[in-house]
Design a protein around this ligand. Sequence first.
Ligand SMILES: [Zn+2]
Length: 249
Amino acid sequence: MKTSSNATTRTRRERPSKASKERADGAPDSTRLIVDAITTAVVEHRLAPGAKLTEQTLAGIYGVSRTIVRQALYQLARDHLVTLAPGRGAFIATPSVDEARQVFSVRRHLEQYLVEEFCGKAASADVRALREHVRREQAALGKPDVRGRTHLLGDFHVLMAQRLGLDVLSELLSELISRCALVALMYQSSRAAQHSSDEHLQILDALEARDTPRAKALMEAHLRATEDSLLYHPRTPSIDLREVLGQSR
Ligand SMILES: [Zn+2]
């Protein structure tokens, strides 16, 4: 599998469902506007975990139909940022620290195996593809698009598996990383993101040198540092939906 992983994961994650059918009435743009506004409000700690997202209120704020609002909520739910509770409505997901810890624990094991495989089997083209990816990460660090930055940082790990044709592993990693998306979006500072990307570079140097013990140690330290930077933060208070999103238009 030699396609660009970023393009692949991007397409899968951000493909707006049914968007092509709705293009005539401008639905994708409205959907994206709502997705971006809610994501930004979460990132900026203006919307707290557990906050209720009332369809009617959102439709009123953005002047769109509830169908459009529902599409936005589905898209956010697919990214694990929103929880859809049958009969109760939509809520900003409540990130569980325990779940995040479990995710990191599983990732540490899988990624030790991944590093071994990469050192043993990767071609120089695979190393070049990772370098190109880290260049994109570094370019994204200075920009305000926190969601894009978070995806890119996770994609580095997925790309390693994809380059080796380890499709099952790459899907598992994608799923694990996306389960921590809300935690990452809320709690990862831009400084931590810079560190994360710099660590990718060090790991990459060890991979290129086929230094398996060093690459494994660096990967282990990287995942532990990421976990620590995400999981020790206080919760934020709930705020009124209309107040938060009504002003951000
Ligand atoms: Zn990483």
